[in-house]
Design a protein around this ligand. Structure first.
Ligand SMILES: [Zn+2]
Ligand SMILES: [Zn+2]
Length: 418
């Protein structure tokens, strides 16, 4: 996790102090050079000035160099690869933030490296926007299936959990809720248990320690507090009520199809929503990225997965977040995600138009509720490696959208339902 993920404001002012002067130099440099170098490339690579603070200048420079070297290899007839690389990076930099810059850039680099894959994808263009909407409608997951996968499809009865103890989500130790904020030791593996190639033994993918029930092996992670999740929907309902989107989002929202991703952290009220990201299907632009104040007191930000490590002035109330969501979506907007029931439950929304990539591409047809990970799907269908390095909130949404696009590209209008 880089500092930029945590303190966007701080990062921005660092750029202002340290490198703005160079920005300006590079801009004038570009403008004067552009006319006289129509057929002549420039030697000196300087990123063009943008106001979005997507990344530090040395990083942007490095990316331009990478793009330029790919252009030299893949497009030997391009006379001004450096200029073109600066332009490509600039187009990305000016439309992204420090959150979306890295993934957008990775996508662009991938496309430059594999033009053949996107030529075949060019057949996508035969679908008009209306056709795409029709096709998407035809692959919406039926409500009965959504229910089977844990989506809440009608507002549940509230039923608070009355026991005064909980079992820790991470280490399974039983603890008293009233003592959750008294420091203790919570030791656990944050990774998943995986099977070794011998198919008999297993290991944790966080630290590669063997999973051996006969031996006591010290877990790789340690925290001061135990944590828990609200498991049942009735319990969730008693904390904050579910609402139907057709009752609250009756004004037309801006977007017809959105990728949705929520980040969660542990509080004294369980596992709570802390951030909501929405990405437009057609442009892949992040159209909403809102930090949400939780109800309870924060016990663990779950930073490794949430990318959040502190609460600052940018956090808004849950209700304010719902209002913002109502600006970008409405009751008919198709929502795309992977394992989206977790996000919808965190948002406490009952919504009928869902395309969940984990349901669209199940692991085995025979056991439909066993899911493939988004990382595996993305690798299999898009030959892309995601979720490496810094946490990027838009990355998962974009990956789910691209899997759906892959699916849509291979469909024909008129053959599928309405
Ligand atoms: Zn571990
Ligand atoms: Zn614990």
């Amino acid at each position: 996790m880089s500092l930029s993920d945590i303190h966007p404001r701080k990062r921005a002012s660092e750029d202002d102090n340290g490198t703005n002067k160079r920005f300006r130099q590079s801009d004038t440099h570009d403008d004067t050079k552009k006319t006289e170098t129509a057929s002549q490339d420039i030697e000196l690579i300087l990123p063009r000035q943008v106001n979005t603070h997507p990344a530090k200048i040395p990083d942007r420079k490095r990316h331009i160099q990478t793009i330029s070297s790919i252009i030299k290899r893949k497009q030997p007839f391009e006379k001004t690869p450096n200029l073109r690389a600066i332009e490509i990076e600039y187009e990305i930099a000016k439309t992204t933030t420090h959150i979306t810059y890295a993934s957008t850039l990775r996508n662009a680099i991938y496309k430059l490296q594999h033009p053949e894959k996107f030529q075949s994808g060019a057949q996508t263009k035969k679908h008009s926007k209306d056709d795409v909407l029709k096709l998407l409608k035809s692959i919406e997951i039926p409500i009965s299936k959504l229910r089977q996968y844990g989506f809440v499809m009608s507002v549940p009865e509230a039923s608070p959990y009355t026991k005064i103890t909980r079992n820790c989500q991470r280490c399974d130790t039983e603890f008293k809720l009233s003592q959750q904020l008294e420091p203790t030791t919570c030791e656990f593996h944050y990774g998943k248990i995986r099977r070794n190639p011998d198919n008999k033994t297993r290991y944790y993918d966080c630290c590669l320690a063997p999973k051996d029930d006969s031996r006591d092996i010290k877990p790789c992670e340690s925290r001061k507090y135990h944590v828990y999740q609200n498991s049942s929907v009735e319990e969730k309902q008693s904390l904050r009520s579910f609402v139907k989107t057709d009752e609250i989002f009756d004004q037309r929202g801006k977007y017809r199809v959105l990728g949705i991703d929520c980040e969660m952290g542990y509080t004294t009220c369980g596992f709570e929503l802390m951030r909501v990201t929405a990405v437009d299907y057609f442009t892949l632009k992040t159209v909403m990225d809102t930090h949400v104040l939780p109800f309870g007191e924060v016990v663990d930000f779950n930073t490794r997965f949430s990318g959040i490590s502190s609460i600052d002035g940018s956090f808004v109330s849950f209700n304010q977040m719902i209002q913002e969501l109502g600006m970008v979506m409405d009751k008919d907007t198709i929502l795309i995600g992977h394992g989206l029931e977790n996000d919808m439950n965190a948002l406490r929304l009952v919504h009928n138009h869902i395309i969940d990539t984990s349901i669209l591409y199940p692991k085995f047809e025979s056991t439909p509720t066993s899911r493939k990970s988004l990382k595996d799907l993305t690798f299999k269908y898009l030959s892309k490696n995601i979720q490496v390095g810094n946490h990027d909130s838009a990355e998962d949404s974009i990956a789910a959208i691209e899997i759906v696009k892959y699916h849509i590209d291979r469909m024909e209008v008129g053959k599928h339902g309405n």
